[in-house]
Design a protein around this ligand. Structure first.
Ligand code: AMP
Ligand code: ZN
Ligand code: ZN
Length: 458
């Protein structure tokens, strides 16, 4: 009886999903999942069977080039806006705004003014008449430009992955009265937290947490199958940044170079943000020679490639530590064994992207994509007009089942190959034809010499 009721309930859920989703004329709903701090090479270093099975039925982007600073808040906001940090305004974990004189940090992030230079996809998609959901995604509990997603939970690290997932699938299904959500974003704190505590090189500890993350992927797939959403929605699994191994032997002490009375510290490591108390150039000159593993920049000289200059929340001087180096003010204490925030060109800072669902190609891999390209891809999948952004669909388009894509290196190799073969044939042909006159010419017409003086004819 109990089994019958359970089966009835499961079939009911499945039927509801089919009804709600197949009745929709629009595109398939989209679920975006982030496992915080999932460094791209964890996929090669650890087994991850559920995740590998998922992308074998879809697409894997081996490395995403994320945005600078490679921190949680800037990168999660870039994923849902397609903007570099200087354009969306969430530039670091700790910020100071010199106009409003406000301070920002992760535990104090719900003031909308920090987020409202743009709007995330869960807000934009509302304008297309869709319902949306954002589960603990950074910024999701903030009324950005006076709006939140249709469904969200205030951030609470105590809510399990299963609980978050259960709510998300319920929201995606909708019910008889309420339409299901078309876009949902789901956030989970691991493997970032363990990466900070143990360091990414600790194979035992990281193996344990990554098995848990992979179990969560397994949970996700079974929950989508149980509810009938699997195969009907598009799923993107990604992350915000990677993780570098730190060491007490790689400490940079600011007090060794400059007395703290000379500046106010807004953020410390691995990207320090300083407000100089005197002439910025003088302070910069002292910091510039401070340590061989730390670059100092005056705001106006921050390299273009970092897209980290045009914002009032970027301070007059920033310091960037080399990979694995930690900036402290004084002392010998290493705050974390693993950290991120470093230069976004470093492979150790890169996350990955896995995609599966009706819109994606199967068993397809691309080596690299910009994380700002995910936003235009998501807008395309949902048929939502994108807000102005720094991404492009050019490369991401190749992930889609409906697109034919030219593999540029393969095409170049093919053209070069064909030209080479043609050249060899031409050379051989010329060689052969130039050798012909010296050999016998079997079918050449006989030269008859009509000589009137031939004695036989006389
Ligand atoms: P970080 O490693 O400093 O870049 O930040 C990662 C941490 O931010 C995670 O371990 C979470 O505990 C925390 N976090 C993530 N989302 C939120 C949020 N919406 N509000 C507050 N803290 C958050
Ligand atoms: Zn993070
Ligand atoms: Zn972190």
């Amino acid at each position: 009886m109990l089994l019958k009721m359970l089966l009835g309930f499961l079939c009911g859920v499945q039927a509801l999903a089919e009804e709600n989703i197949t009745d929709q004329q629009g595109p398939p709903p989209l679920l975006l999942v982030s496992f915080d701090g999932f460094r791209a090479d964890y996929l090669q270093r650890f087994p991850m069977p559920n995740l590998k099975l998922l992308y074998s039925q879809g697409v894997l982007v081996e490395q995403l080039t994320n945005v600078f600073t490679t921190k949680t808040f800037p990168n999660h906001y870039s994923l849902v806006t397609g903007l570099y940090a200087e354009s969306h305004g969430i530039l670091a974990s700790k910020m100071y705004d010199p106009i409003s004189h406000k301070h920002f940090h992760a535990g104090n992030d719900t003031d909308p003014s920090w987020w409202s230079s743009t709007q995330p996809l869960w807000v934009t998609a509302l304008d297309s008449g869709y319902k949306t959901a954002a589960m603990m995604w950074p910024g999701s509990d903030v009324a950005i430009r006076n709006r939140t997603a249709t469904h969200f939970f205030p951030y609470n690290s105590g809510v399990t992955f299963q609980q978050r997932l259960g709510n998300v699938t319920e929201w995606m299904l909708g019910n008889g009265k309420e339409q299901g959500v078309m876009f949902a974003a789901l956030y989970w704190e691991e493997p970032d937290q363990s990466g900070h505590i143990f360091g990414p090189d600790n194979t035992t500890a990281m193996g344990k947490v990554l098995k848990e993350v992979d179990d969560n992927v397994g949970l996700l797939v079974s929950e989508l199958k149980r509810t009938g959403l699997w195969g009907r929605i598009n799923v993107l699994i990604t992350s915000d940044h990677g993780m570098a191994q730190c060491s007490a032997k790689r400490l940079i002490r600011l007090d060794d170079c400059l007395h703290p009375d000379n500046y106010t510290l807004v953020d410390l490591t691995p990207v320090a943000a300083l407000i100089p108390h005197t002439d910025p150039e003088t302070i910069y000159n002292l910091l510039n020679k401070c340590h061989p593993h730390m670059m100092a920049y005056l705001k106006k000289a921050i390299p273009d490639r970092l897209h980290y200059r045009n914002n009032q929340r970027i301070q007059q001087i920033i310091l960037i530590a080399d990979e694995g180096w930690t900036i402290v003010q004084r002392g010998d204490k290493l705050p974390r064994l693993g950290d991120h925030g470093y230069d976004n060109s470093l492979p150790s800072m890169h996350p990955f992207l896995a995609a599966t669902g009706p819109s994606f190609r199967r068993d397809y891999q691309i080596s690299q994509l910009q994380s700002v390209d995910i936003y235009p891809l998501m807008c395309h999948l949902l048929s939502v007009p994108p807000h102005p952004n720094n991404g492009t669909l050019t490369q991401a388009r190749c992930m889609l089942a409906a697109e034919t894509c030219w593999d540029v290196p393969l095409m170049i190799a093919l053209v070069v190959g064909i030209l080479l073969v043609l050249s060899i044939i031409t050379v051989l042909f010329r060689l052969l034809s130039s050798r012909r006159p010296s050999g016998p010419r079997p079918f050449q017409r006989l030269q008859v010499d009509y000589d009137d003086d031939d004695p036989l004819l006389e």
